[in-house]
Design a protein around this ligand. Structure first.
Ligand code: MSS
Length: 366
């Protein structure tokens, strides 16, 4: 096996044994590292940066960081210090890259070949966006989108629109959104978007803008390339364009984290098959587990605390596995009755893979 790549400096606090370093801007959590305690520790959470990471200096004086609030009746620049007096809420949320599961597409779309580990369940604290908007007189009339802009210094000599991280979501997403300064009980690290991050619960990773420097209510979606052409669900063989759906709300998904093929052969007998399940915008009603590749299913038991509809649930099924090879699969149902599908939705860039068949694992009992 090739030598593991070193952790980049801004992510040196990560547990090197728990992650796969794909590149200096993409780090994945190992499937075997998710554990059974719901929350993903900060030192194991995946990282995905579309641009070089900003310098550590931006988190030197966190409270002084400024964000411009535009498209409200009284637009203003606010510091994190001011935001900390305007409201407080905590949300536990699955943060998941739009491309999580891309590595299972047989077409091998370009981009990081994530399997399951471009996701984690994390706790965010900050001020509700709706409180900030209320304090500034409300959203200006007729504005349909909430647009967040990342605070990276852009590489010189390029059209800013071609590189800037700026994403628009429907204005309704404001209701549960936060401007967050804390993650898992600590000030948000630079790696995860400190000093201030836009959190849009239920929406894929890219919509959760790190080091946010502007939050604007806008009539139209951003014209940044990452919005107009990137992160679109394009038919295989075609390029992204604004007419195609953008990656936004996540949908029901689950996967098994133990046992795994990399654990080696299992002894015959009782095994605990466990994993995680989440519904994106909805809570989880139940999870079924199959030990025969999806021919038959048994209800798993949900375990651990229910941290709300945006969090994931742990599930477990005890099963007797005789000698032989077994294909273990999980299939979740959300509380609106949506069932995790067997197959992925084919698309050019490998987004939104929720296929239970792709996430199945084959274990050997000997
Ligand atoms: N933000 C900013 N500012 N920048 C960048 O680059 N990225 C995205 C988000 N946000 C970015 C941002 C993505 S894309 C993702 S996933 C996320 O983020 C991640 O996170 P973390 O913390 O984990 O790193 Mo895909 O859909």
């Amino acid at each position: 096996a090739p030598a593991a790549k070193p952790l980049p400096g801004f992510a040196s606090f990560k547990n090197a044994d728990a992650v796969i370093v794909h590149s200096s801007t993409t780090i994945e959590t190992k499937r075997s590292a998710f554990g059974t305690s719901v929350i993903t520790p900060s030192n194991q959470l995946y990282v995905r940066n579309n641009l070089p990471t900003p310098p550590e200096s931006i988190v030197a004086d966190r409270d002084a960081w400024q964000v411009q609030i535009a498209g409200v009746k009284q637009p203003r620049q606010l510091t994190v210090r001011e935001l900390k007096s305007m409201g407080l809420e905590t949300v536990t949320m699955v943060l998941q890259c739009s491309g999580n599961g891309r590595g299972f597409f047989p077409s091998k779309p370009s981009g990081t070949q994530w399997t399951v580990g471009a996701a984690g369940c994390v706790v965010w604290s900050g001020v509700p966006v709706r409180e900030v908007v209320k304090a500034l007189g409300g959203v200006a009339d007729g504005l349909a989108y909430m647009t967040g802009t990342g605070g990276e210094v852009l590489p010189a000599g390029l059209d800013p629109k071609s590189v800037i991280v700026e994403r628009s979501v429907p204005v309704a997403a404001m209701q549960d959104a936060l401007l967050a300064w804390e993650m898992n009980g600590e000030p948000i690290s630079l790696a995860h978007g400190g000093p201030l991050r836009l959190i849009v619960p239920g929406y894929t990773g890219v919509n959760n803008i790190k080091y946010i420097k502007q939050l604007a209510f806008t009539a139209k979606e951003s014209e940044a390339h990452i919005m107009s052409h990137g992160y679109r669900i394009s038919p295989p063989g075609s390029k992204g364009d604004p007419s195609q759906p953008s990656v936004q709300e996540m949908s029901v998904k689950s996967w098994i984290n133990s046992p795994l093929p990399e654990d080696g052969a299992q002894a015959p007998g009782l095994v605990q098959i466990h994993g995680v399940a989440f519904g994106g915008m909805n809570g989880i009603k139940g999870v079924e587990v199959s030990t025969d590749g999806g021919k038959t299913w048994k209800a798993a038991r949900l375990v651990g605390p229910d941290m709300g509809k945006y969090a994931w649930r742990q599930f477990v099924l005890q099963a007797q596995l005789p000698k032989g090879s077994h294909v273990l699969a999980s299939r979740a149902t959300d509380d609106k009755g949506n069932v995790q599908p067997e197959t992925r939705g084919e698309n050019q860039s490998g987004y939104n893979n929720t296929s239970w068949a792709d996430h199945a694992v084959t274990v050997n009992v000997a």
